[in-house]
Design a protein around this ligand. Structure first.
Ligand code: RP5
Length: 172
């Protein structure tokens, strides 16, 4: 996909080690995302202007990564009708629980799709965005089917090896 249709927005450059996982995963599906640092608390006015412009420039999905009192995803969701996916960053004294609750406990009427805390969440955010795009892009749908089949195959192999190991241990 040449046109940038996914934007990753993070509250600080300290969120990049987590959000880089999301960016990389999108790239694996040839989805070139735009990455921007904007903060709900530190740059509220720029964030508002940015989201309005991004939507009219063709961004279809926003992925927000923020830690602590993570208002970023909710603020983006307040400004757009595009899907907003949130990745709670694992930092601070509560290790991301605060960010998880902040972005999952949205008031009725303003949905935010909140992922797992940290890098797993960043990967899942990319996959969810790909699944949304796959609704109208058959090549992405096919790639996702292959990915699911490979994942299932990996678990089958793990199980076979595990059964062999158990058998060997039992025979000893
Ligand atoms: C949040 O505060 C950011 O998303 C980041 O996770 C956290 C800490 O930011 P820095 O102090 O590292 O800039 O707004």
């Amino acid at each position: 996909m040449n046109r940038q249709v996914v934007e990753i927005i993070m509250g600080s450059d300290s969120d990049w080690p987590t959000m880089q996982v999301c960016h990389k995963h999108l790239e694996e599906y040839s989805i070139h995302s735009r990455v921007t640092i904007l903060s709900a608390h530190r740059t509220p006015k720029t964030l508002t202007e940015h989201i309005i412009k991004a939507e009219s420039n063709g961004i279809l999905i926003f992925i927000a990564g923020a830690g602590l009192n993570a208002s970023l995803a909710g603020c983006i969701a307040a400004l757009t009708v595009r899907p907003v996916i949130s990745v709670p960053i694992c930092n601070g004294p509560l290790n991301g629980i605060d960010a998880l609750l902040a972005s999952s406990q949205m008031p009725s009427g303003i949905p935010v799709a909140t992922m797992t805390i940290g890098q797993s969440g960043a990967r899942n955010a990319a996959l969810l965005a790909i699944q949304i795009l796959a609704l109208t892009t058959p090549e992405l749908y096919a790639k996702l089917r292959d990915y699911k089949a490979a994942q299932a195959n990996e678990v089958d192999q793990q199980n076979q090896l595990f059964q062999q190991r158990l058998n060997n241990e039992f025979m000893e």
